[in-house]
Ligand binder design. Structure first.
Ligand code: UDP
Length: 243
């Protein structure tokens, strides 16, 4: 795959244009950041693992009628994707209270939510990704009400599918972040990635609150064994897809 111009370098991925303007190339990096890039490090092999997990889950979600931007992986840490305009909203779906939800509401970590919570954050590093309200979304003209309804529906559908999938991997899907893009035909496509960088995943075989963490919280909280946790997620996801 010929990569041409570097379009954008993010915290975990680099985006290149290709000879075909409708296709972009994403290169996944081993770099890890947390707390709006105040904490920086590397997780060895992460680029390849996250690329492979995302590819596997996006392919599987496509089979469940969820359109994604995924095309293929020319290299283990590279993904060709359909060119889309990214909606500047980070969509977070939560099944269990953790992270900022606990910090901001006082809910106890681990509390099961009676119904999944869908939240929207403004995708802005400068502003520190603040929580949005519906009215703020429309005030800022980020999406139309119809598009937001479509985003919420698809986010809930993705959650239902992923929750049962991860359950079969003996992993609890605590929460995760999604990004969406709009293609030239105005179709909404799931974009970006779904990986241990963007999900909270708890090992159902472990009851200890630290031992059960299989995601970026191991890096955020200096819990150690970050690489092996990411590898374990990849192994379980790929093994489940083979069954
Ligand atoms: N998340 C993400 N990117 C972000 C913010 C959050 O992928 O910029 C993911 C995070 O990994 C977790 C979920 O979204 O799975 C909810 O994150 P939360 O709002 O609890 O923020 P945190 O506690 O990580 O600051």
């Amino acid at each position: 795959m010929s990569q041409t111009e570097k379009l954008y370098e993010g915290k975990a991925k680099i985006l290149y244009s290709t000879a075909d303007s409708s296709i972009l190339l994403t290169v996944y990096k081993d770099d890890a950041t947390a707390f709006n890039a105040q904490k920086r490090g590397q997780i060895k092999g992460k680029g390849e693992i996250n690329c492979q997990i995302t590819a596997a889950l996006f392919k599987w979600l496509e089979s469940k009628d969820i359109p994604t931007h995924y095309i293929d992986c020319p290299q283990p840490n590279q993904m060709r994707v359909k060119a889309v305009t990214i909606v500047p909203i980070e969509v977070v779906v939560r099944n269990i209270a953790a992270g900022s939800l606990c910090r901001q509401t006082g809910l106890e970590e681990g509390q099961i939510l009676s119904t999944p919570l869908v939240e929207y954050y403004f995708k802005s590093d400068e502003l520190g990704d603040p929580l949005l309200t519906r009215d703020r979304i429309f005030l800022l003209d980020l999406v139309t009400p119809q598009r937001l309804a479509e985003i919420e529906d698809i986010a809930r559908k993705i959650n239902q599918n992923l929750q049962s999938f991860f359950d079969k991997c003996k992993i609890t899907l605590v929460d995760f972040k999604l990004e969406f893009g709009i293609d030239a035909q105005q179709n909404l496509l799931l974009a970006d990635e779904i990986s241990p960088d963007t999900c909270r995943l708890w090992d159902q075989d472990q009851s200890d609150p630290k031992s059960r963490v299989m995601d970026k919280d191991r890096f955020r909280k200096d819990l150690g064994e970050v690489e092996s946790a990411y590898q374990e997620v990849q192994q379980r996801v790929l093994a489940q897809l083979e069954t």
